[in-house]
Design a protein around this ligand. Structure first.
Ligand code: NDP
Length: 285
């Protein structure tokens, strides 16, 4: 790298616990290096009772923003000065952005998913089946509904959590939302266009984890997306591919939510291929 024009870098980073296995720092810094952005990304292990101090520290040091991951996506809100529209709807923040010296909470998970999805399918007017009702599922459901999905069926074990998400979609978006309990093997309805796994099933180290899903209901041409970034080729992706579905792995979402964060913090639209290549190298794909 050439000598920077200033020795004061933009500071960004992440507050989470556990933090050690999160590859985001490598992906973001690959983009900073590629675009010669004089910025750093610090991956910080922050315990729940230290989050307030971490945010105050970031303010004191003039950080331009930071990501929040497990378990801080909801609890960080009380330390912020405001929320962007979709973060307010989703009720969770994964990206904090300094604007006019105020820390504003955004949620880039859903936008990252949508950008990745649009490389294989247009969500407008489509019928979705979404497994899960946790943080990732809420972000994906809200953004796909706002982007014009016709209907979203939430499939979740915990009915209270699932119906909370259905109520949110019905009250705040135009999409038709309904809930399917998940106490037996689920069959994808024939009229479905896009299936999304937004549960943590299949995440390392439980790589053989399988959704309780009737594989014969995965018809050729159905779009099947997984949020699991590690490993990218989950059991679901492999099963769906074997049945002729169009598949989308979780790396696309990870890369694109990171790209939105970089745009918020630096104003630069990063080259997502550089970020993806870095992750592929890390995950050995
Ligand atoms: P949460 O803990 O908030 O939600 C987990 C969801 O998975 C819940 O709906 C839960 O169901 C469901 N679930 C977990 N285990 C099972 C099981 N054995 N059977 C049925 N359902 C199950 O987690 P998040 O939403 O924050 O994260 C989910 C996944 O998304 C993680 O693996 C994470 O790595 C990934 N993710 C990926 C991103 C990317 O950029 N690619 C970004 C953000 C997250 P229930 O409510 O019934 O307990």
């Amino acid at each position: 790298m050439p000598e920077p024009e200033t020795f004061l870098s933009l500071i960004t980073g992440s507050f989470a616990t556990p933090a050690a296995e999160n590859p985001t720092v490598a992906m973001i810094e690959a983009a900073y290096e590629h675009h010669r952005i004089n910025a750093r990304y610090l991956n910080c292990e922050v315990a729940p009772d230290a989050l307030g101090d971490a945010v105050r520290g970031a303010r004191a040091m003039g950080w331009v923003g930071f990501n929040c991951s497990i378990p801080h996506k909801v609890s960080v809100i009380k330390y912020l000065d405001g929320l962007g529209d979709s973060a307010a709807l989703i009720g969770a923040v994964n990206c904090v952005v300094r604007r006019d010296n105020r820390y504003i909470g955004e949620n880039t998970d859903g936008q990252g998913f949508l950008t990745a999805l649009r490389t294989v399918a247009d969500p407008v007017g489509k019928a979705f089946v979404l497994f899960g009702a946790g943080g990732a599922a809420r972000a994906i459901a809200v953004e796909t509904a706002l982007a014009g999905a016709a209907s979203i069926t939430i499939v979740n074990r915990d009915l209270a959590r699932g119906s909370g998400l259905v109520a949110l979609l019905s009250e705040k978006t135009q999409a038709r939302a309904d809930l399917a309990g998940w106490d037996r093997t689920y069959r994808i309805p024939q009229a479905t266009d896009i299936v999304v796994n937004a549960t943590s099933i299949g995440l390392f180290p439980h790589v053989e984890g399988r959704l309780d899903l009737d594989l014969d209901s995965l018809r050729p041409g159905l779009v099947v997306a997984d949020v699991i970034p590690n490993p990218p080729r989950t059991q679901l992706i492999r099963d769906a591919e074997a049945r002729g579905c169009i598949v989308l792995d979780g790396l696309g979402m990870l890369v694109n939510q990171g790209a939105v964060s970089i745009r918020y913090w630096t104003g630069i639209d990063p080259e997502t291929e550089v970020m993806r290549r870095k992750l592929e190298k890390i995950f050995g794909v």
